[in-house]
Design a binder for this molecule. Structure first.
Ligand SMILES: [Zn+2]
Length: 89
């Protein structure tokens, strides 16, 4: 089970915390500025994995805020939306 999303950035190759397009923070800023962001496809993770991670972390007593951060979501709203899509709550 992978919780933290620290891997090689799709653009610069540096191993860092990456966001939805597998881009690190500085590359995300760069592609937003130069308008090439859509060249980097969004990466979707399997909903079942999100649910499994959420259940594990929730059972360990982590707060929604902590779980949001650990699973790499920008905001608790995004985590809640994913869980709703999965029919969890
Ligand atoms: Zn990068």
């Amino acid at each position: 089970m992978r919780i933290r999303r620290i891997e090689a950035c799709a653009r610069c190759g540096k191993v860092r915390r990456v966001a939805a397009r597998k881009l690190c923070g500085s590359c995300t800023t760069t592609v937003r500025r130069d308008g090439t962001r859509d060249q980097w496809p969004r990466v979707y993770r399997r909903l079942a994995d999100v649910v499994e991670d959420y259940r594990h972390l929730h059972a360990s007593g982590e707060s929604e805020q902590q779980i949001t951060r650990r699973l790499g979501y920008a905001h608790p709203y995004s985590l809640r939306a994913a869980l709703r899509r999965a029919g969890v709550r």
